[in-house]
Ligand binder design. Structure first.
Ligand SMILES: Cc1cc2nc3c(=O)[nH]c(=O)nc-3n(C[C@H](O)[C@H](O)[C@H](O)COP(=O)(O)OP(=O)(O)OC[C@H]3O[C@@H](n4cnc5c(N)ncnc54)[C@H](O)[C@@H]3O)c2cc1C
Length: 503
């Protein structure tokens, strides 16, 4: 199977890249392991930042300064300037293709304030913002005739004898066959890696860092992998997210004594640490939105009410919501330049799997949906332009296939998947210590050495989810190893990477 631009991943970033590449007049094919409309982007609730100034005074410069401050000196000012300046265009584009943003009384796009923002800047569609963006982009991609192959799991990025990316080796989940796709350029848009924290994550189960692990195996550089953002308000028992918009609209954080203990709208790293400190003192922590009133909650935060009822059995109109901070967003990823190009020729990356140098050590709420639209478009355009320069399709060099190795299947990998989640949450979490990071790495290396004794027990070829989960597990192991090594490589505290002094 052959195409000009091959895109792996059909979340907001992959879809935006596909639309932009197609509009450049090249052939585009999108592969994804799940149905596009189920991609994690659909879970984004709070909003997408753009300094429209529709409900209060705001400016692109303030957006830039807020983003720079939150990044703790670890981002690139030029990239941030580009993203924030493009934000207004990006929202206008989404509005023009049919994203149903919530409106103010006078018909402008409504905006709310999220943590670390100096003004109400997040444009939203109730608390279903990501869902509306994703589904509208998918409609648009279909209208342009872009081809999708769903239920396709990326195994390896293929390279030719000269080291150029030239396609992908995949598992067809429906049939169990191994397949090869050849392309002039390849874009990875496979999402983040917060699911390495297993049950301590707000993320979709698909966010196992597959594209990042495949990029690493193909020789691509990774950057800032230690920067894992913990969201202050995961539901206590399920880790399901209660969006920052709940605090943005005026919600409070309370401890068991009913006291407020932090600025609820400070950046997420600060709020998460404040909660962590309280929990370590023995406090239970709650989000209180009761004072916002039923009609306001039903109009502005309908999903949050449903999630709290469904997963925590509390009704936020009348009850406090029990919460805890959990892994939510990964600032690290595949290193790319300002053209979304990796260090591997003809390999591009965008979205949460990439590091476009805009979030640094701590991402601001609302800047990720912005990033996937702005840089998804850039990646699509640049990969298409490059594809036009490539005269013919390359022949891939031989790539060893992990699936063809021997696995004795005497050790249950599911047990170790949970173990890695616990290990990371406890030792590579909100507050870190060098000795614990070293312990975590040692334990992870031991788990890695057991891989040949693991494997899949389901032998069916068709829709073998057991095999797919083992492939994800392998990526979780590889990505976790890099996260711990990167954390060990940084002694000082910086944003989401907070080191406690050793006694
Ligand atoms: C609960 C929640 C709420 C959020 N709220 C907000 C918000 O309000 N504002 C904001 O700015 N950000 C928010 N975010 C963050 C934001 O939604 C994500 O960072 C963003 O949507 C990521 O988009 P993406 O396209 O990079 O990846 P995704 O949407 O995760 O898409 C990844 C795609 O890659 C595919 N894929 C993965 N692995 C493979 C493989 N091996 N083979 C083939 N395909 C593969 C998947 O199937 C999927 O199609 C939120 C995140 C969560 C979890």
């Amino acid at each position: 199977m052959k195409t000009d631009v091959l895109i792996i991943g059909a979340g907001g970033a992959g879809l935006m890249a596909a639309i932009a590449a197609k509009e450049e007049g090249v052939d585009v094919l999108v592969l994804t392991k799940e149905y596009p409309t189920r991609s994690q982007t659909c879970m984004a609730q709070g909003g997408m930042n753009a300094a429209l100034g529709n409900v209060a005074e705001d400016s692109v410069e303030d957006h830039i300064q807020n983003t720079l401050k939150s990044a703790h000196g670890e981002a690139d000012e030029e990239s941030i300037r580009f993203m924030c300046s493009e934000a207004i265009n990006a929202v206008e584009y989404l509005d023009s293709i049919g994203v149903c943003f919530s409106r103010t009384g006078d018909g402008k796009i409504a905006q709310r304030r999220l943590g670390g923002a100096s003004a109400p800047r997040a444009c939203y569609a109730q608390d279903y913002t990501g869902l509306k963006i994703l589904h509208t982009l998918y409609d648009r991609a279909n209208a342009l005739g872009i081809e999708f192959v769903n239920d396709t799991f990326l195994l390896e990025v293929l390279k030719d004898e000269d080291g150029n990316a030239c396609g992908a080796k995949v598992l067809d989940i429906r049939s169990g066959e191994l397949k090869t796709y050849i392309a002039k350029t390849v874009i990875l848009a496979t999402g983040g890696y917060s699911r390495i924290y297993d049950k301590y994550s707000t993320n979709s189960t698909a966010s196992s860092g597959d594209g990042i692990a495949a990029a690493l195996r193909a020789g691509a550089k990774l950057k800032d992998m230690e920067f894992v953002q913990f969201h202050p308000t995961g539901l206590k028992n399920s880790s399901i997210l209660i969006s920052e918009s709940a605090r943005g609209e005026g919600g409070y954080l309370l401890n068991s004594k009913g006291e407020r203990f932090t600025d609820e709208l400070a950046p997420r790293d600060q709020v998460s640490r404040a909660i962590d400190e309280q929990i370590k003192k023995g406090e239970d922590i709650f989000l209180d939105i009761r004072h916002l009133g039923e009609s306001f909650i039903d109009e502005g935060l309908p999903q949050e009410r449903k999630l709290a009822k469904l997963y925590e059995n509390v009704d936020p109109v009348h009850d406090l919501i029990p919460i805890k901070p959990v892994a939510h967003y990964t600032m690290g990823g595949i290193a790319v330049d300002n053209r979304s190009q990796t260090n591997v020729e003809r390999l591009y990356a965008c979205g949460e799997c990439a590091n476009h140098n805009v979030h640094g050590a701590n991402r601001l709420g609302g800047n990720s949906l912005l990033e996937i639209v702005v840089f998804g478009r850039e990646a699509g355009r640049n990969a298409a332009t490059k594809a036009k320069e490539v005269a013919s399709l390359s022949v891939p060099a031989h790539t060893e296939c992990f699936l063809e190795k021997e696995f004795s299947n005497t050790v249950d990998f599911y047990k170790y998947k949970e173990k890695i989640g616990n290990l990371l949450y406890n030792k590579v979490g909100i507050v870190r210590k060098k000795s614990e990071l070293k312990d975590a790495l040692e334990e992870l290396e031991m788990i890695k050495s057991l891989l040949p004794q693991m494997g899949w027990s389901d032998t069916s070829a068709v829709y073998n989810t057991n095999k797919q989960e083992f492939l994800e597990f392998r990526n979780i192991v590889e990505v976790s190893e890099v996260v711990i090594q990167s954390a060990l490589g940084r002694d000082e505290s910086c944003g989401a990477h907070y080191m406690e002094a050793q006694s």
